[in-house]
Design a binder for this molecule. Structure first.
Ligand SMILES: Nc1ncnc2c1ncn2[C@@H]1O[C@H](COP(=O)(O)OP(=O)(O)OP(=O)(O)O)[C@@H](O)[C@H]1O
Ligand SMILES: [Mg+2]
Length: 234
């Protein structure tokens, strides 16, 4: 299967005219390194693959049990692909390279570390100001991340914030109905709350306010707490 890059980010732009021919069979023969094994069996494995002198990210669920491989995984990859396509050209988001097949997507590799590897005080206020602006940009494209945590925020080239992992995101197209717009607003608010909490966590002495948890996420929080209590009482 031949594919073309669907939009060009910083690294990808340098190769904008290149058409890469890539199939799962070819992927198997390319140099590859495991970046992330997946937190559990429902998650993709994330590999770095060297192709024609550059590095791409491969999120792949082919090795997972069949319900994930055939149902949950493709649904999440569809979601993620849709978000990356809507974000084409937004600085701070990796370029979508291709849908390999139902079980895998390829993305531009962002060289950098996730915030999970930073200690308190290592990042400056400016990083979090830029993260807030990045959220404004993705929300303006109609994309809400929905589950932003320190593993999904990278400090990329030049210390710029980058966002990854749009598997739980929502894309609200122009003209979306009232319910979709409502959900989208709730998720945008959850993104801003997550960013404010990251700022608080990494910036000693930060007094920036953290927005209230939005209604839907409050319901999710209660459900989680009730489930935890139930588990502990058994
Ligand atoms: N485009 C990218 N460039 C560089 N690193 C990336 C990229 N995409 C993902 N990663 C790294 O791989 C890790 C896992 O990717 P991702 O979060 O998309 O997978 P996931 O299956 O949703 O995992 P989890 O549920 O644990 O967050 C990220 O935390 C990040 O460190
Ligand atoms: Mg993640």
């Amino acid at each position: 299967m031949a594919f073309r890059r669907e939009h060009a980010g910083s690294t990808a732009r340098a190769h904008a005219d290149a058409t890469i021919v890539l199939a799962r069979e070819r992927l198997a023969s390319l140099p590859r390194r495991r970046l992330h094994g997946g937190r559990n069996f429902t998650k993709a494995v994330v590999d770095l693959v060297e192709i024609d002198g550059r590095t791409i990210i491969l999120k792949d669920i082919a090795s997972r049990p069949w319900p994930v491989r055939l149902l949950l995984g493709p649904w999440q990859l569809d979601r993620e692909g849709r978000a990356y396509r809507a974000l084409a050209g937004v600085r701070g988001t990796p370029a979508f390279v291709a849908r390999i097949d139902r079980q895998a997507i390829a993305l531009e590799y962002v060289p950098g570390r996730s915030l999970a590897s930073y200690r308190r005080g290592e990042l400056k206020a400016d990083f979090f100001d830029r993260l807030d602006r990045l959220l404004d940009d993705i929300h303006a494209r109609g994309v809400a991340h929905g589950d932003l945590h320190r593993h999904d925020v990278l400090a990329g080239p030049g210390g710029e914030p980058y966002l990854v992992d749009f598997s739980t995101s929502m894309v609200a197209p122009h003209g979306a109905g009232a319910l979709a717009r409502f959900l989208f607003r709730q998720m945008c608010r959850a993104d801003r709350r997550s960013a404010a909490k990251l700022r608080q966590r990494f910036l000693p002495g930060s007094r920036a306010p953290v927005p209230e948890r939005s209604g839907l996420y409050r319901v999710g929080g209660w459900a989680r707490r009730i489930a935890d209590r139930f588990r502990r009482s058994r």
